[in-house]
Design a protein around this ligand. Structure first.
Ligand code: SF4
Length: 232
């Protein structure tokens, strides 16, 4: 089965925070076409680390947990970097489990083809769509992310749109531009995630998240708005 070729860089056996309302196993897919300056999982960026877990092994671990979990989250890395994702999702559904995807929307065509297989999507907007270079080192990724977001909104699949606030590159001006673009395409739920520092502790310096006046103004622009602080 082609899905068994999906390369997995790591597995979180039980998570209550990666798929709202579900107890899920998280599969961290190997490979990512972006190079976010704040990335805390650089080992997942190469297409093959040489230590990847095959999907057959992951599937057998999922089988062993059936009855304990009710969903699987495909996270990354960037799951859309592997076309084998489609068969992997189908294999998980065959176990009777719901599926979620964490993605930055790097492959709009594949994403559109997968949407009817997904029960929830956590969609990462890295920067203003016309200015992805400073955060991801891949300027063209912004156009693809916007295309993918439009596919998601048209699909009706449950989701949240979130931005990790990396204070070195994302200030209030960038957040205002992101929010404006999201309003234009009809996003209703927007989540800001606090970035961790290089040592994974809570960000050591000032952050736009501390600007309470701006946060209040931002929250008024969406039906649902949340600031998700990093936990120590
Ligand atoms: S999308 Fe995620 S895995 Fe890829 S570089 Fe950015 S933070 Fe790292």
């Amino acid at each position: 089965m082609a899905g068994r070729t999906l390369r997995i860089g790591g597995i979180e056996p039980f998570s209550t925070v990666d798929f709202p309302g579900r107890l899920a196993t998280v599969l961290f897919c190997q490979g990512c076409p972006l190079k976010c300056g704040y990335c805390h999982n650089p080992g997942l960026i190469p297409a093959d680390s040489g230590q990847s877990i095959g999907f057959a092994e992951a599937l057998s671990a999922l089988n062993a947990r059936s009855g304990f979990i009710d969903a699987v989250v495909f996270s990354g890395g960037e799951p859309l970097a592997q076309s084998a994702l489609r068969d992997a999702i189908d294999a998980v559904h065959a176990l009777g489990l719901a599926t979620a995807l964490h993605t930055a929307g790097t492959a709009p065509g594949l994403f559109a083809a997968l949407l009817d297989r997904l029960d929830w999507v956590g969609f990462d907007v890295k920067a203003p769509f016309d200015d992805y270079g400073p955060v991801t080192s891949v300027g063209a990724a912004g156009r693809k992310a916007l295309q993918s977001l439009e596919h998601l909104l048209a699909s009706g699949v449950a989701h949240e749109v979130r931005t990790t606030v990396w204070p070195d590159r994302i200030g209030t001006g960038e957040l205002d531009r992101i929010a404006f673009a999201l309003e234009q395409v009809g996003v209703s739920r927007f989540v800001l995630q606090e970035c961790r520092g290089p040592d994974r502790s809570v960000w050591p310096g000032p952050s736009p998240l501390d600007d309470t006046v701006f946060m209040t103004e931002l929250s008024s622009r969406f039906d649902e708005f949340e600031v998700r602080r990093a936990q120590n």
